[in-house]
Ligand binder design. Structure first.
Ligand SMILES: *Cc1c(COP(=O)(O)O)cnc(C)c1O
Length: 395
């Protein structure tokens, strides 16, 4: 089997790399060395597995949606239930593993960025658990939209640092977290929440999230005795989707479908559909697709789902897009909100607005399915955090 990317400098084809200030090159190399060593270390692996199982609640179920499949008319729809994990989303998989990595590296101070607040909550949780000092950078726009998560982080003992620059969302929070890391690099570990940023983060976070796809692959083979036709997941930075897709990379019959946020509609320019409507550029240390104007200035992203509201995307997705290994589509805020209601009513599961984007593509996908085609959707998180936002919507 073809070895999977990246190459040793963190490139996925032309994408990825390390576009970073000189002061961070040594810390990035140290991080990579520590990760390479620990990923072969049996006691580290056991430790990660222990916390995933006994603390976070893995393995998560692969659940067959009988009603939803019947409403759609074609296909056998399964949900990979990351929404059932401790803290409510897949973010805890990565936060736990990186928290353990930081501890092994002897770092006691953690910085992180957050958009929806899910990664901030997961990081604050892990810091409380392992006795680490925690600083979470968050745009003030997101702090308003996700007030409950701000409260949760504070309750967990984290300091939430408001970011008032730029669009006051995830992109700016990430820039500030990187700035903090540059300043305090000796004592500090930067716990990045998705598969973006400079090498080795995209590879490392992917590896920590592939537990989703590894479990799903075993589960579907056990339940159905065959592989799925489609894997569907929402794409913000790209971690829950890569986590599901990657372990199926060499199963050529399995198609990958990433769903981005079309916001108010692609034509309005107010969206977060980086792979569908962006161009190649560099943001936060990696070359990938990103939303930019004709002068190359990064554009403000929009989505009703705070966790998708980011103008960049992980470089491995850029490579999947370029090579055709995955297809990418986008659905609007309105379509996502409809899917949010549909899953709640048909299956009694309230999905996160982010995950609702993946669900919203199902009616379109169903047209291309045969009756018994298997589809696995990553239900990346639960929707409790969004109930407040949606109860203010007019419909
Ligand atoms: C953060 C988040 C996402 C988007 O991030 P990815 O890195 O693309 O997975 C999706 N769903 C939920 C529930 C999230 O919290």
């Amino acid at each position: 089997m073809k070895p999977l990317l990246p190459d040793k400098n963190g490139h996925y084809g032309v994408f990825g790399g390390q576009y970073m200030p000189e002061t961070l090159m040594t810390p990035l190399r140290d991080l990579e060395a520590a990760y390479r060593r620990l990923r072969r270390d049996a006691s580290f692996k056991r430790e990660v597995e222990y916390y995933l199982r006994h603390y976070a609640g893995r393995p998560t179920p692969l659940y067959f949606c009988k009603q939803l499949s019947s409403v759609l008319g074609r296909g056998r729809i399964y949900l990979k239930r990351e929404d059932l994990l401790h803290t409510g989303s897949h973010k805890i998989n990565n936060a736990l593993a990186q928290g353990l990595l930081a501890r092994r590296m002897g770092k006691k101070r953690i910085v992180a960025e957050t958009g929806a607040g899910q990664h901030g909550v997961a990081t604050a949780t892990v810091c409380a658990l392992f006795g680490l000092e925690c600083h979470v950078y968050m745009g003030t726009e997101d702090m308003e939209r996700q007030a409950l998560n701000v409260y949760r982080m504070k309750l967990l003992g984290a300091r939430v640092v408001p970011v008032t620059s730029g669009s006051r969302t995830l992109k700016d929070a990430m820039s500030e977290a990187i700035r903090d890391w540059v300043t305090n690099v000796k004592t500090t570990y930067y716990l990045l929440g998705s598969v973006g940023g400079p090498h080795p983060y995209p590879e490392m976070v992917r590896d920590f999230q592939t537990v989703i796809g590894k479990e799903a692959r075993q589960q579907v083979l056990k339940i159905e005795g065959r592989l799925p036709k489609y894997l569907v997941a929402c794409v913000g930075g790209g971690s829950n989707s890569i986590g599901l897709f990657h372990p199926f990379y060499n199963d050529r019959s399995v198609r990958f479908l990433g769903v981005e946020a079309a916001g108010f509609g692609l034509k309005t320019g107010r969206h977060s559909a980086t792979l569908v409507a962006g161009r190649v550029g560099v943001l936060h240390g990696a070359k990938s697709f990103l939303l930019q104007d004709k002068d190359g200035q990064v554009k403000i992203a929009h989505s009703v789902a705070a966790g998708l509201d980011y103008p960049g995307v992980g470089p491995e997705h850029a490579y999947y897009r370029q090579t055709g290994r995955a297809q990418y589509a986008a659905v609007t805020d309105r379509e996502a909100i409809e899917a949010f209601g549909l899953l709640s009513k048909t299956e009694g599961i309230i999905p996160a607005l982010e995950s609702s984007h993946a669900l919203a593509y199902l009616p379109k996908l169903a047209k291309h399915l045969k009756k018994n085609d298997i589809v696995i959707v990553c239900l990346s998180g639960r929707g409790d955090k969004d109930a407040n936002t949606l109860s203010h919507e007019s419909h």
